[in-house]
Ligand binder design. Structure first.
Ligand SMILES: [Zn+2]
Ligand SMILES: [Zn+2]
Length: 803
């Protein structure tokens, strides 16, 4: 709660700054305004030390002074720079990715601390992990002497969120701080200078989308992981004794794709087919004519047609067509294409590819590697980028050729994320080694290919007739290889075909009837898997590689010798088990909807808390259902792991958790019946305890109480379950029976009095906020935070008009 309140303050503070800035900019004396703000020292924070160093080198023309921070991995670079129309001192430092992490509050952290279903409502908080505390302290120390903070993290969703973590930490010690965001796609002098001249406001919507994703991943991941691990370790004690059986809402559909393909292969029944083949040997080579019917599955039918052909086995050339054919040069490179092509052509995994690409980017060799854009922006100077490559002894001559033939003419795609250009080289180098060199070379060659010309060829098709059956053969002559000269990753083979005259007849060398078998689809490659994830909206271009890595490291899948994905027994069993419950959890739909909502949050079109509440509730229902049908999981897994152990009924009940009586009138989380610590008596408690202390302590006169299936028709919010009571003799007014079913929702005046139902008073307007202030679960937050934002300006604007 404290953290949240601080965050609110921070945001309010930020908006005020921005507000005054905009007001200033709208007036005539905008530069005056900036001059009036006494900015003398500016703290800059990049996402990694390498990036901080690269940016500092550019801004200072290599004249920066280096100081140590409290974290030995994150240095401080100091230099003078002309910013906000004046000379300022800049301290450039860095974080190491996310500075804060999200975790459940202490009472829910231990595995056996609560029923996993409670993790959908349990309180969460952001905290600074031990290994980042020194980075946080450096920021707190440095920001003291600064009047402004400029966020230089990577310009994508995670980067924006990391930016807000930095802002929160810095604002907490310096509330008057002015905050700006640098937007850039590459660490090159032009790009960095432009970013300094057009500083903008950080985008809270983009950061919010990450917060939502983090919280959902934590709740969904932890609840399912604890549930299935604890249960399956008991059911298969020998096989799974110490195994963590993790669950993630992205990871699972990813596994689902692998299993689905494997099952398609298993279910495949090969069929025999038959076809007629015509061969013609000539002085100019051997020609293979293929049948227009392709193939037949009926042997007799094929045989009849074959016999007709053999009655007069002479071919008549009925048509010869000849037309130009081109092979298209590649589209500008986006992240998904880079991952797929590197995996296919260079045999470098997606994870490794992104790691190397990040490094090449922070060193200034390539533009930002996380992009969905495959069209070049008009203002990008492609000519100078091509020029940079002309000195190379492998592709320099080709680059020179592009310039001599009228300059770059890129082929463009249709995707544009409005944030980053396609991946392209930004600096020439010949000093790289190993896979770094191979990937850089690939990016350069791809870029040059894209900027050149399609390959041109000439295709010839010869159609012939033998006994009314039609056959054809193709030939290809390559006229200009063009982009293929620089792009060895594509193949285009010429195929010689002799000259045939229309109307002429010839005797084929052979006419044969051959048979074959249909073959199953192949197991998925990494490139196939990435394509499927992209198609179905699982993860983002930034996370595909991580999800694939996770299912590998959990041993849910393995790789065959030719690098294809094969599901393991545990992976198979889990997918089959959950699918048999009817929720299709291994199918992509559930997660894809979430991913689409996150996009809307990042665009400011949907509210953070509404989206969070909706998906928490949806996954919670799926979870409750999964626990109820958990036996199906045991059954599916026992096909792979051997006999499933039976659990005693009370263990089953315990796993399901206590049935919900009603929603808490104070925080709207579930209320359940619990046994008192001493085992004597029962009470109704909110699962939000300890942050919500709403509870009904039944008096000693109540001997037994349990939930009835009947639901009260008047009490709200629906449903309020009735309770079955058993009272002590003599404790009730004489005419009341000692055992009855009653409602504690407030509709029953007598019961209200007998039980002294104070908890209801907390509901509605004017309720004492006895526990409200200490409750910070997401539902509670949403009640008072979920109102229209009074932001002054929805669109980011330039923070400073220059000089
Ligand atoms: Zn409550
Ligand atoms: Zn009622």
């Amino acid at each position: 709660m404290i953290l949240l309140a601080r965050r609110l303050l921070t945001l309010r503070g930020l908006r005020e700054t921005v507000y005054s800035r905009h007001r200033a900019l709208s007036g005539p004396a905008s530069t005056d305004m900036i001059r009036r703000l006494p900015i003398k020292k500016v703290l800059c924070v990049a996402e990694k030390n390498d990036a901080a160093k690269g940016i500092a080198e550019i801004m200072s023309n290599g004249r920066m002074r280096r100081r140590e921070g409290l974290s030995k991995f994150n240095k401080i670079y100091e230099y003078e720079y002309h910013l906000f129309g004046q000379n300022v001192t800049v301290s450039m430092t860095s974080v190491s990715g996310h500075l804060l992490a999200l975790e459940f509050k202490a009472p829910f952290q231990k595995w056996h601390s609560c029923n996993p279903v409670m993790l959908f409502d349990a309180e969460v908080e952001k905290y600074c992990p031990d290994n980042y505390v020194n980075i946080k302290r450096t920021l707190e120390r440095e920001v003291h002497q600064c009047q402004a903070l400029v966020i230089w993290t990577d310009c994508d969703r995670e980067g924006e969120n990391i930016g807000f973590e930095v802002i929160d930490v810095c604002r907490a010690v310096k509330t008057s701080l002015q905050v700006f965001r640098a937007r850039f796609s590459e660490i090159t002098p032009n790009s960095i200078r432009r970013a300094c001249e057009t500083l903008i406001e950080p985008d809270i919507n983009i950061s919010d989308a990450v917060d939502v994703r983090q919280e959902l991943d934590l709740r969904i991941g932890a609840s399912f992981t604890r549930f299935q691990t604890l249960r399956l370790q008991k059911i298969f004690p020998t096989v799974l004794a110490d195994q963590l059986i993790s669950y993630g809402s992205c990871q699972f559909p990813t596994l689902g794709f692998v299993v689905e393909r494997f099952k398609a292969i298993q279910a495949f029944i090969p069929e025999t087919f038959f076809k007629i083949k015509v061969l013609h040997h000539t002085e100019d080579g051997e020609v293979d004519f293929s049948w227009k019917r392709h193939r037949l599955f009926n042997h007799t039918a094929c045989l009849v047609l074959y016999q007709i052909c053999m009655e007069d086995p002479v071919a008549t050339v009925i048509d010869v067509t000849s037309k130009p054919k081109s092979k298209w040069r590649p589209l500008p490179l986006d992240t998904v294409e880079l991952e797929k092509l590197a995996s296919r052509k260079l045999k470098i995994s997606a994870k490794e590819t992104m790691k190397i690409a990040e490094k090449l980017y922070t060193q200034g060799y390539i533009s930002y590697p996380r992009t969905e854009t495959n069209m070049f922006p008009r203002d990008l100077n492609l000519t100078s980028l091509v020029e940079q490559q002309t000195g190379d002894n492998r592709w320099g001559a080709f680059a020179q050729g592009i310039l001599e033939r009228g300059g770059p003419t890129p082929r463009n795609g249709t995707k544009n994320d409005q944030a980053h250009p396609p991946i392209h080289p930004t600096k020439y180098t010949s000093s790289l080694q190993g896979n770094e060199q191979r990937l850089y070379e690939f990016i350069v060659r791809h870029f040059l290919a894209c900027c050149s010309q399609d390959a041109q060829g000439h295709e010839t098709i010869v159609d012939i007739d033998i006994g009314q059956e039609k056959f054809s053969a193709h030939g290809l002559m390559i006229i200009a290889r063009n982009y293929l000269e620089v792009y060895p990753y594509d193949k285009w083979n010429a195929k010689v075909i002799p000259v045939y005259e229309p109307g002429s007849r010839f005797q084929p060398t052979a006419i044969e009837m051959v048979d074959g078998e249909t073959t199953p689809p192949q197991l998925l490659t990494e490139a196939d898997l990435i394509s499927l994830m992209e198609k179905h909206g699982i993860g983002t271009d930034a996370t595909h590689a991580d999800h694939i890595e996770t299912i590998k490291s959990r041993m849910y899948v393995g790789l065959t010798a030719d690098q294809r994905f094969l599901p393991g027994e545990l992976g198979m069993g889990l997918v089959e088990g959950y699918d048999s419950m009817g929720y299709e959890m291994s199918k992509p739909d559930l997660r894809a909807e979430l991913e689409a909502d996150l996009k809307l949050v990042s665009e400011g079109k949907k509210d953070k808390f509404t989206v969070l509440r909706h998906h928490v509730e949806k996954y919670k229902q799926v979870f409750i259902e999964a626990v109820r049908k958990a036996k199906k999981l045991d059954e599916a897994l026992s096909a792979y792991l051997g006999q499933a152990r039976e659990l005693p009924p009370q263990d089953e009940l315990q796993m399901e958790g206590p049935p919900v009586v009603r929603k808490c009138p104070q925080c709207s989380r579930d209320m359940v019946l619990k046994k008192k610590k001493d085992g004597q008596g029962t009470y109704l408690s909110c699962v939000g305890f300890p942050s919500c202390r709403c509870a009904v302590w039944f008096p000693d006169s109540v001997l037994e109480v349990s939930r009835d299936e009947e639901v009260c028709s008047t009490c709200r919010p629906h449903p309020v379950h009735k309770l079955k009571f058993k009272f002590k003799r003599g404790s009730l007014p004489p005419l009341m029976p000692l055992e009855f079913v009653g409602c504690i929702g407030g509709c029953d005046e007598t019961l209200r009095e007998v039980l002294d139902l104070k908890y209801l008073r907390g509901a509605g307007a004017g309720a004492p906020a006895a526990n409200g202030t200490s409750s910070a679960g997401h539902l509670r937050n949403s009640q008072f935070l979920n109102r229209p934002r009074d932001r002054p300006s929805p669109a980011p604007r330039p923070a400073s008009s220059k000089q």
